[in-house]
Every structure is written in C-alpha cells, then in structure tokens.
Design a protein around this ligand. Structure first.
Ligand code: GMT
Length: 375
C-alpha cells in the first residue's frame, strides 16, 4: 500500500505513535509518505520506503495567523496526485481531519478517490476538540472520515459523549516496539544518578497542566522522607519553571533532577525503578507503556484510558486524581523491599507485552484493508 501519514512532528504522543506506525509499515514493505511541517522527531534515518513532504506555509503581511490548514490540504492534493497514494491516515483531529476532508473533495474533481482515516489521540477530543471554538469542525470531519480509530475504549466513549457521532469507531490501542524499548544494562549511568543505591523515580511528559506535574513532586516529597530516592523529571513545557521553584520551596532540590527533552529516553528508563503519571486525563498513557517495556512499574491516576493499561496491584497501582497520599503509599509499597520491586518490574514488562507492536500493527493494516475494500 502507499499510505500518506499526517501528524504533529513533535515529541507529543500522537506524533510518536504516527511516526512509529509509519516506520513499522515501511519495514513491512509499504510505502509511507509523511506530510507535515517539519521532519518528525523520530524519523532520523534513511529507509527506501519512507518519504517526507514538507508543508510550507507562505506568510503574508495581511495574515495575523498563517493558514496552515489550507497549506496542508493543498500539499495533500499534490502528494496524493503525484505519488498515487491509496490512503491517508491523519493523527490528531485538529486540523488534520478537516484538511484531509478538503483535500479529498478537491481530488474528486480530478476523478481521484482517496479514503482517509482519522486517529483520535486524546486532547483533540477531551480538551481542545470539545471546546466550541473547534467542535462543529471536529464533529463534521469525524463523521466524514472513511475510518476513525481511538487509542482506548475510554476515548471512544468520550468522543461519542461529547460529539454527535453517527458512525462506527474502532479502538486500536497504543503500541510499543521492544526492539527499542527494553531494559538495558546502564549501571554506570545509574551510579552517577544514585551513587548510594537510592531508588530512582521518573516522570516524563510535556509539563502541561493536564499532566499534574506538581502532584509528581508532592508525591515524591512524601516518598523521599521514607525511602532514600532520586526523582528524574524528563521533558519540558509550561509548568517546568514553577515545578523547579516548588522543589526549592520544599527543600528537595538535591534529590530532583530536571533533564529537559531527551532523545534516548529508553536509556533513562532502564535505570529507573518507578514511573509516576498522576494525569488529570490521559486517553492511553504511551509514556507509561514505554516505561513498562523497560521493566519500570507505574503509579498512575485512574483517569481516562489508564485503567485499560495499568493493572492495579500487578504492574503498578492507580489512585484517584490528586490523591498524592495514596500514590505515595503505593510507591513506598513497591519500592521498600527488593523482592516486591523485582516482582512489579517483571509484571510491568509482562503487561507491556500485551501492547507489542507485532500484535497491534496488524490491527491497523487490517483496518486499512477494510477501508480500501470496494463497498
Ligand atoms: O498528552 C500528550 O503528551 C500528547 C498527546 C498528543 O495527542 O500528542 O498524547 C495523547 O496521545 C497519546 C498517543 O495516542 C496518548 O498515549 C496520550 O495518553 C494522549 N494524552 C492525553 O490524553 C492527555
């Protein structure tokens, strides 16, 4: 198949899933064309089946806001016509689904019929999409997509609850590539971070309000009073400066390191003992799955789709949003005894296997084939 993938090319979860999916499809011999405004973060190597088409937005003094959606739709028309694509797969509804719909209508005038699939990832529904600013366009473009997937049952339910949806939505969860994400022996690195054998806790995110990074720090403060430990805060975003200040006020700076954005996240996960994700909402929780694949148990909230990933008491624990006392108590339970930690680490790895790329990729391929089948 010749597939066009549209996504946000950043470190965000939807961009990561779209890029990893494209890479996996290319490995299976499909031709994959990424169409976006800059090279996707994880597309940093050569493959004969992978192509990248940049959407450049022409600026003009009249524009306060350059019209990216129109530029994307025009680029889609161009790439579909000249690369003879079979299918478009757009990740994150806004503005990708409506741009794909527009491109599809334009291509009809050339007698080219191209189906498009929209994958909803989370905030395009739960935060941004349901806002009146975008809601009519999101509703329309979901209903006009030839196929729609969500990354969890919960996100499908949320989509149907908040939007007037008149079509079937298929659930295809996030996945993990074990050839990249696995526990690697990085003892020298562990020693540098935790020279006295401290337990290492980790949080990775884009430090937006929805991630409740403040809860990570407050939970850690309770833990460090009881267990000798270090906290790694990986990523960057609007809450980071405030979080650093909070650590100073709480007197825990020497136990917390803010590492900023990191490419080789699997190496940092490999030295970690516990992953914290207290999110306000989380449609799936890809970052937690990446941790589990590296044998790191998870402490999460029970929001959104997290109960579809975290098996309470097996690979980690879940608490109500904001219940930092409970999160700290559960963390201490996992971290206190070596034997308990070892068991949770193995269980985390085992649970991650349910989302192995090799198992989830065929679901996407099957869906593409279903959509392409003549009706
Ligand atoms: O929340 C993020 O980090 C980014 C966001 C996105 O759409 O780029 O992530 C969402 O999509 C991921 C991949 O499908 C999911 O694993 C995340 O749970 C989801 N984030 C939220 O729902 C807050």
């Amino acid at each position: 198949m010749k597939i066009g993938i549209v996504c946000y090319p950043t470190f965000g979860g939807s961009g990561v899933v779209a890029t990893e999916l494209g890479k996996a499809l290319a490995n299976k011999g499909h031709q994959v064309h990424f169409i976006t405004y800059s090279q996707p973060a994880r597309l940093d190597f050569f493959s004969e089946n992978l192509f990248y088409h940049e959407v450049s937005v022409r600026d003009y003094p009249l524009f306060d806001y350059a019209p990216y959606e129109s530029a994307l739709a025009s680029k889609l028309v161009d790439v579909v016509r000249f690369e003879k694509l079979d299918l478009l797969h757009v990740h994150y509804a806004i503005p990708h689904a409506s741009a794909a719909y527009m491109a599809k209508q334009i291509l009809e005038t050339f007698n080219i019929h191209i189906p498009f699939i929209t994958t909803l990832h989370g905030t395009d529904i739960t935060l941004v999409g349901k806002d009146a600013t975008y809601k009519p366009v999101v509703t329309f473009s979901i209903n006009k997509s030839d196929g729609v997937t969500t990354v969890s049952d919960n996100l499908r339910e949320e989509t149907c609850r908040h939007f007037n949806i008149n079509r079937e939505i298929r659930v295809i969860p996030n996945f993990i590539d074990f050839t990249r994400f696995n526990a690697q022996p990085k003892d020298h690195f562990k020693k540098a971070i935790a020279p006295n054998g401290e337990r290492i806790l980790i949080h990775t995110s884009n430090f937006r309000k929805v991630k409740r990074t403040e809860d990570v720090i407050k939970t850690f403060k309770i833990i460090v009073n009881e267990i000798s430990s270090k906290l790694l805060m990986v990523g960057d975003g609007p809450e980071r400066a405030f979080n650093e200040q909070l650590c100073r006020e709480m007197g825990i700076v020497e136990h917390v390191r803010f590492l900023g954005k990191q490419d080789a996240i699997e190496e940092i996960l490999s030295i970690s003992d516990l992953f914290l994700m207290p999110s306000e909402t989380e449609s799936f929780g890809l970052a937690a799955l990446e941790a589990m694949a590296c044998k790191v148990p998870i402490i999460t909230s029970n929001a959104g789709g997290l109960p579809e990933l975290n098996v309470d008491g097996f690979c980690g624990f879940m608490s109500d949003v904001g219940d930092i006392e409970d999160m700290a108590k559960n963390s201490i339970h996992i971290l206190k005894e070596d034997e308990t930690l070892k068991k949770f680490k193995e269980n985390a790895y085992q649970r991650a296997f349910d989302f192995n790329l090799e198992k989830i990729l065929p679901m996407y391929i099957q869906y593409y084939e279903d959509i392409l089948k003549p009706k």
